[in-house]
Ligand binder design. Structure first.
Ligand code: F0G
Length: 376
């Protein structure tokens, strides 16, 4: 066992270092639960907004479609700010405080900024976020505003915003909390531990969207550590997917004007490019790309056939799985996990743009409703 996981909802005896009793692993948070696997010291403040311990949900329809023996979705949208970023952010912010930091900053396609803003607010740290103009989903902007971050809109793309915030934090005493901060990846690797705990061992394949390439790097680190310490018998093949219009790793060169409906992974020059390539190669996996149509088909399928409402970028993992199966990947006896990185509520406009939605208006009379529903 990695993170002293106990059956959910069991009351834990005694108060932990959080200073109170925790009923669930989620209440413990990532730092308390995986303390021994994280770079924490006696001086690291331990706190949580309830990140981690996200559900692994078994697929019913897509598993059959792709002929997969066991397909699971890891619902990272169930984290406190609605994306996987919280796992890493809690560690990065704690380490920033430990080091005497008094403010944090990041560039973001939206989710990192929402997470930084939340943990910054919880810890009383002023938070500055740089986002690309016109390409951040409305729910994510709403979060940044609600959490009270200083929101700077850059008339450029994510890559230029990241360059700027790196220069800013190099020059001034502000802690950078993008995934170039190693503490972020340390926290994010805990999702790999949870998957191993839930399945009893490592899956055969892990399908995951790739943007700035921090998450695929973090999962590989987690799976590698678990295998090295004997907690898992092997490591999965890492199957990363970029969007066709923002696929620098697949094309082998940076993309100056990345374009995709999946705004969270609209990244042309990933900061963790090399570690992601290493994860791909060491695992015998792939980093491939999927079209916007494939992403939106997977997005719709997930919502309508599996009850999983995610943001378009998250659906890139499932779009990748469908594509790999079409290309002949035999998954019959394989255990596969797709990472669903963020909730669909982040990006309501993408749902509204689905063109087959029927919305009708009727007077507030039962008879009219019955006629419309062809029940009368
Ligand atoms: N899925 C979602 C929902 C994301 O927000 C991101 C990245 C990714 C996948 C890709 O993860 O960058 O580690 O390869 N979002 C970053 C952000 C870029 O600023 O929120 P990655």
């Amino acid at each position: 066992m990695i993170g002293n996981r106990v059956p959910r909802r069991k009351t834990l005896p005694g108060a932990g270092p959080l200073g109170r009793q925790c009923r669930t692993e989620m209440e413990k948070g990532v730092m308390e639960r995986y303390r021994e696997h994280l770079p924490l010291t006696d001086k690291t403040p331990i706190f949580t907004l309830g990140e981690g311990d996200t559900p692994l949900v078994e697929s019913r329809v897509i598993a059959q479609m792709v002929g997969c023996g066991g397909l699971y979705f890891k619902l990272e949208g169930c984290n406190p700010t609605g994306s996987f970023k919280d796992r890493g952010m809690v560690v990065a912010v704690a380490k920033a405080i430990e080091a005497g930091g008094t403010s944090i900053a990041c560039a973001s396609t939206g989710n990192t900024s929402a997470s930084a803003a939340a943990y910054g607010a919880y810890c009383g740290l002023p938070t500055t976020i740089l986002v690309p103009k016109g390409n951040v989903a409305s729910g994510k902007l709403a979060q940044a505003i609600a959490y009270g971050a200083r929101l700077v809109v850059i008339d450029g793309n994510f890559d230029s915003a990241l360059e700027m915030v790196r220069a800013l934090t190099d020059k001034h005493p502000v802690v950078l909390v993008n995934s170039v901060n190693p503490d972020r990846l340390q926290g994010q690797k805990t999702a790999a531990f949870e998957i191993i705990e839930d399945l009893g061992d490592t899956p055969d394949y892990l399908f995951i969207p790739v943007g700035n390439a921090g998450n695929i790097t973090a999962y590989w680190m987690g799976f590698t550590e678990a295998a090295t310490s004997g907690l898992a018998s092997s490591r999965p093949r890492m199957m990363g997917f970029q969007a066709e219009g923002a696929a620098p790793i697949v094309r082998g060169k940076r993309v100056d004007a990345p374009e995709t409906v999946a705004s969270a992974i609209r990244v042309g020059n990933p900061a963790n490019w090399q570690p992601a390539v290493r994860a791909r190669d060491e695992s015998g996996g792939t980093i491939d790309m999927v079209s916007d149509d494939e992403i939106m088909d997977a997005y719709t399928l997930l919502a309508r056939k599996e009850g999983v409402f995610c943001e378009p970028s998250s659906a890139a993992s499932v779009a990748g799985l469908i594509k790999a199966a079409k290309d002949g990947l035999d998954l019959e006896s394989a255990t596969v996990v797709c990472i669903i990185t963020g909730t669909g509520l982040k990006d309501p406009d993408s749902a509204r743009r689905l063109d087959d939605v029927s919305m009708e208006e009727h007077p507030p009379e039962l008879a009219a409703l019955e006629r419309a529903l062809e029940l009368a």
